[in-house]
Design a protein around this ligand. Structure first.
Ligand code: HEC
Ligand code: HEC
Ligand code: HEC
Ligand code: HEC
Ligand code: HEC
Ligand code: HEC
Ligand code: HEC
Ligand code: HEC
Length: 404
């Protein structure tokens, strides 16, 4: 009897819950909710309903870009031994703008956040209440220490020069950010309306959040282009990221990309291929892929749902990615000479620099042939990285592969 009583009470409770969940009476005043300005709520909030997306995002580098070193010192991948660091820096000699024994090397306790872990790591410290990038950088592949902006590191605030691409919900006026790293709302927009709506209000839910897959191609790819880009903000002086931009908006209003034509010889080659890193959008925009609607997410996943883990989050690994679409290939010219299928080696040569020159791939997808370098020696080509050891003369290589 008692059990039946409990069961029926429980049943009533469940039915009441379902009714509530069906929207009969959600107890939420939707109008009031939607009339408030949208705010950032943070990924912990999204996690409650999208656990799989959260977990898979946690598997990607986006979530690990900026880490809180005060909460967890293990995010520092280098050994912070000041003597060793100064010894390494001294090897750089005149390349340093401040002598190795004078450069500020933070004590490990002073490091508030780390930036990066794949190619290099920077360290964020506070000076006079403002966050700056400390002037020593650790390069992962070579296990070396190099200087970073050593002469003017405390003139360029981290939030202004880096913040919006490495943290989510940056507020320059208040000097704050909502979440370290590239979080859900960096790509989906402010989520306070969406998150507060009841689960059952499916259509309202969809209308209150940005799903890049439902945007037009040009606007969708700009979500990635808001960070995988280099240039200057149009709305806030001296900011290096598109302040004011939100996913779903047109990026060009907030940002002007850099180019060789505009005088940026440091980050772009004379043929407008990228020399600097985080410029994939600039490269890609010049490609036939851009014209044909093959975008970042055609080749990369951002949620690793149902995907095997791959280097650089490509949907298939390495050059296999190209075969997803290019099944019929002409077997003439350069394609005829090579017995292998290293598409990336020729069409995405590593000519850009993150930590060390040549660690990052070109995204123009156009092959740079020996003639490009012969005509202008400062322009690299796709062939030398493999053919240098044979001491191949560029002109011979050009003639053998592309006979006049
Ligand atoms: C209370 C639960 C809940 C929370 C919290 C929540 N969502 Fe959702 N979300 C949903 C539901 C339900 C849908 C609709 C599913 C469907 O389309 O069938 C949805 C849909 C989405 C979509 C797809 C929209 C579309 O039009 O296809 C995205 C993107 C999304 N959520 C992102 C987020 C982000 C980012 C956050 C955190 C800021 C978040 N969600 C927080 C429940 C939630
Ligand atoms: C780097 C950008 C980026 C980040 C960060 C990101 N998303 Fe997405 N999300 C996308 C894109 C792009 C799509 C469109 C589908 C696709 O291409 O995978 C998407 C789709 C979705 C969808 C719709 C269902 C689906 O899989 O298509 C949901 C829900 C979602 N994301 C939730 C989240 C949540 C929750 C987080 C944080 C834990 C998050 N996203 C972080 C870019 C991002
Ligand atoms: C808010 C800035 C931001 C946005 C928006 C953004 N990214 Fe990123 N992305 C980054 C940063 C920063 C890294 C480097 C993370 C690291 O190395 O820790 C990165 C890394 C990557 C990587 C390399 C991952 C690896 O394992 O090497 C890929 C691929 C990528 N992003 C694709 C995308 C795509 C596709 C989109 C759009 C759907 C996108 N990103 C949107 C900032 C962003
Ligand atoms: C316009 C956006 C943008 C700005 C501004 C920006 N970055 Fe980045 N950064 C990225 C993206 C995107 C990546 C990953 C893709 C790449 O490196 O090609 C990245 C990569 C990095 C990495 C390497 C991550 C790794 O895992 O190896 C470090 C370190 C870094 N940035 C530090 C900084 C610092 C310090 C600043 C400010 C002085 C800054 N970035 C300014 C977008 C930006
Ligand atoms: C046609 C396919 C394709 C498209 C389109 C594409 N990528 Fe890539 N991307 C790749 C491949 C392949 C790699 C190298 C994978 C590897 O390391 O094996 C790569 C590497 C990267 C990396 C890691 C750094 C590097 O260059 O080694 C980042 C970051 C990245 N892509 C971002 C983007 C962004 C942002 C877009 C859109 C503007 C984009 N990609 C468009 C195929 C593509
Ligand atoms: C999602 C499909 C897709 C993927 C993946 C893809 N491509 Fe493409 N690619 C296209 C389309 C569509 C075109 C334009 C039509 C054509 O020329 O086949 C194109 C064009 C090209 C062109 C220019 C052809 C010309 O006419 O000059 C090159 C080069 C190229 N792709 C190389 C690559 C390489 C290298 C990869 C792998 C990193 C790759 N593509 C991955 C779809 C794709
Ligand atoms: C030895 C260098 C080399 C390799 C390896 C290579 N390509 Fe090419 N590819 C070229 C050259 C050179 C061209 C001429 C057009 C250009 O400059 O982009 C070309 C042209 C193309 C084109 C456009 C012409 C056409 O109709 O086929 C596509 C698409 C393409 N390659 C895809 C691929 C794919 C996919 C792979 C991997 C299976 C690959 N390539 C491997 C050098 C190479
Ligand atoms: C990923 C490495 C790689 C790249 C990139 C590459 N090659 Fe090769 N190349 C080879 C290898 C290995 C061979 C030997 C034949 C084979 O195994 O296919 C070869 C053979 C050749 C040959 C035949 C004669 C000889 O020296 O053995 C020519 C000519 C040639 N390559 C030209 C080029 C040109 C031009 C480019 C740039 C557009 C290029 N290669 C890019 C690796 C590469």
């Amino acid at each position: 009897m008692r059990i039946i009583g409990f069961v029926s009470l429980f049943a009533i409770f469940v039915i009441a819950m379902i009714l509530a969940a069906c929207g009969a009476d959600t107890g939420i005043d939707m109008e009031a909710l939607l009339s408030r300005p949208k705010e950032f709520v943070g990924s912990d909030n999204c996690k409650m309903c999208h656990l799989e997306h959260y977990d898979s995002w946690r598997m990607t580098q986006h979530s690990r870009m900026t880490e809180d070193a005060q909460k967890n010192r293990d995010v520092i991948i280098a050994d912070f031994d000041e003597q060793h660091i100064r010894k390494e820096l001294a090897k750089l000699g005149d390349a340093l703008k401040v002598p190795a024994d004078k450069i500020y090397v933070p004590a490990i306790e002073e490091i508030l956040y780390t930036n990066g872990s794949q190619w290099k790591q920077n360290y964020i410290v506070k000076k006079n209440g403002i966050l700056y990038v400390a002037p020593v950088q650790y390069n992962v592949d070579t296990h070396t220490w190099v200087g970073y902006n050593e002469d003017k590191w405390d003139e360029e605030p981290w939030l202004l020069k880096c913040g919006g691409c490495h943290a989510t919900g940056v507020d320059l006026e208040k000097g704050t950010f909502v979440e370290a790293g590239v979080s859900c709302e960096a790509c989906h927009g402010k989520g306070s309306h969406h998150a507060a709506l009841p689960k059952t209000a499916v259509f309202e839910k969809r209308l209150t959040i940005i799903n890049p897959a439902k945007l037009t191609m040009g606007v969708a790819v700009q979500v990635c282009g808001s960070c995988h880009n280099r240039g200057i903000a149009t709305k806030v002086k001296d900011a290096a990221w598109p302040v004011g931009y939100a996913p779903g908006r047109s990026l060009e209003i907030y940002y002007r990309s850099t180019s060789f034509a505009a005088g940026d010889v440091k980050n772009v080659y004379a043929n407008e291929f990228s020399k600097g890193h985080h410029q994939q959008y600039i490269d890609w925009s010049q490609s036939i892929h851009a014209q044909e609607g093959v975008t970042c997410t055609s080749c990369h996943y951002v949620h690793q749902l149902g995907m095997p883990p791959t280097r650089s989050q490509t949907r298939s690994s390495g050059s296999q990615q190209c075969f997803e679409c290019h099944v019929l290939l002409n077997k003439a010219g350069a394609h005829a000479i090579h017995s292998f299928a290293n598409c990336i080696g020729c069409h995405m040569p590593r000519i850009a620099k993150s930590a060390e020159s040549g660690d990052i791939h070109s995204h123009v997808f156009k092959v740079l042939i020996p003639k490009d370098t012969i005509d202008n020696p400062v322009i690299p080509n796709s062939c030398t990285p493999c053919h240098k050891h044979k001491n191949d003369v560029l002109a011979d290589l050009q003639e053998a592969a592309f006979p006049e």
